[in-house]
Design a protein around this ligand. Structure first.
Ligand code: ZN
Length: 164
């Protein structure tokens, strides 16, 4: 009688479900029992899951920290796919492109001088279209070359190498 009342109060407290049908009582624990029998089974899968999580996090960190190779290549390399071309649109590819462009910008005055050396008098438009460069970059370089007296402007508003 005392046991039944304890079980009933545990049922009320939602620790167990307790059905007392005549003499066949069923007790079910609502929370997992934390003894060695239940824990040992769960512990292994928890450990495996944690190892897997750690591996995923580690490779994610490596992925973020790698600033050298294309994200696409890195990602597909993770899935063991090889011989992939750079995507051209990820942060690393774009960063690489702008680096190359900056380097090219420094070369524009040299390109213009070389071009005018071969082609005497040229308008800025001709220089832009023949060299295939941005107009603003060409105009900036032309201004620079004029200031340094490397170039001069003709009466037809064309650029030529200064005669020294
Ligand atoms: Zn890329």
């Amino acid at each position: 009688m005392e046991l039944k009342s304890i079980l009933k109060s545990l049922h009320k407290d939602a620790v167990i479900t307790y059905y007392n049908a005549n003499n066949n009582a069923i007790i079910r624990f609502l929370a997992p029992r934390e003894d060695s029998i239940t824990i040992n089974v769960i512990a292994k899968s928890i450990e495996q899951r944690n190892t897997l999580k750690l591996q995923k996090v580690t490779s994610l960190i490596r992925f973020i920290e790698n600033k050298k190779s294309c994200r696409s290549i890195q990602l597909l390399d993770y899935f063991d796919e090889k011989n992939i071309k750079e995507c051209g649109i990820c942060d690393i590819c774009i960063n690489q492109k702008s680096k190359n462009q900056k380097q090219n910008k420094n070369d524009i005055p040299k390109l213009i001088v070389a071009f005018l050396n071969e082609n005497s008098e040229q308008s800025s438009q001709e220089i832009v279209s023949v060299l295939g460069l941005k107009e603003e970059d060409v105009l900036f370089s032309l201004q620079l070359l004029l200031e340094k007296n490397i170039l001069s402007v003709t009466s037809h508003n064309k650029y030529k190498l200064s005669e020294n």
